[in-house]
Design a protein around this ligand. Structure first.
Ligand code: FES
Length: 248
């Protein structure tokens, strides 16, 4: 496949960015999107040019490091797929692809396609930790957990913190991320002692960091590579207001 790429290049956080056009040739449909960028970067390095900076680590859809806005959609148009697991067979020979970083004020651009997502770390820190003394690891079945709660908690825990939800939201809201983190502890017995305090602290920290509020648009869940549902935000709101009962 031969492709035209329009890539966001930005030297650092304070300089102005712009789209630069590159042509890449003989891209295999079996390559991942990041491997396609690797091919371009190898050429740039051989030509003595500055390679394009982009985040990645596991390249297996686990770590949440990768994140590019591809043709206007965080992680691209393929549903439930991280950028690293997006394959070039979903594009056509001759396509033009526009590649940009996450766009949200709390995620400032560091360089090119890399943004600083440490604001998510501040939200997690605000949640604190589970203070119940647990001793050594108990048997897995020692604390009964209703199946529905275990399933919902596990689904929420699949959030990899990539930030696509923020990038997609017109409000730049971190509600889906925050709700997922609140939910995966809030539905389990071990998460009850700090449940209300945790929800308040995390929601208020997200507000202070400049993330917007949720107005039920749903772009977040549409681009979430793990398919975290919008109902997770309703659960967070109930926890924030102190309305939720154990196992809700
Ligand atoms: S590089 Fe780890 S999720 Fe994509």
């Amino acid at each position: 496949m031969n492709l035209t790429l329009k890539v966001w290049r930005q030297k650092n956080a304070t300089s102005r960015g712009h789209l630069t056009t590159y042509r890449v040739k003989e891209i295999s449909p079996d390559m991942s999107f990041l491997e396609m960028l690797d091919v371009l970067n190898e050429r740039l390095i051989l030509d003595g040019d500055d390679p394009i900076a982009f985040d990645h680590d596991c390249r297996e859809g686990i770590c949440g490091m990768c994140g590019l806005v591809i043709n206007g959609v965080p992680h691209g148009e393929q549903r439930a797929t991280t950028t690293c697991q997006l394959h070039m067979r979903h594009f056509k020979d001759g396509d033009t692809i526009v590649i940009e970083p996450w766009r949200a004020a709390p995620f400032p651009v560091v360089k090119d396609l890399v943004v600083d997502r440490s604001a998510f770390d501040r939200i997690i820190e605000a949640g604190g930790y589970v203070s119940v003394p647990t001793g050594s690891a108990p048997d897995a079945h020692a604390v009964p957990v209703p199946k529905a709660s275990a399933d919902t908690a596990f689904d929420a825990a699949t959030c990899i913190g990539c930030g696509a939800c923020v990038a997609a939201c017109p409000n730049g809201s971190a509600s889906l991320f925050t709700a997922a983190k609140i939910t995966h502890l809030g539905l389990l017995p071990q998460g009850q002692p700090e449940r209300a305090r945790r929800a308040r602290a995390m929601v208020e920290t997200a507000d202070e960091l400049g993330f917007g509020g949720c107005t039920n648009i749903g772009e977040c869940t549409a681009v979430c590579p793990k398919g975290i549902p919008l109902a997770t935000i309703a659960r967070m709101n109930a926890d924030y207001l102190g309305l939720a009962a154990t196992g809700d």
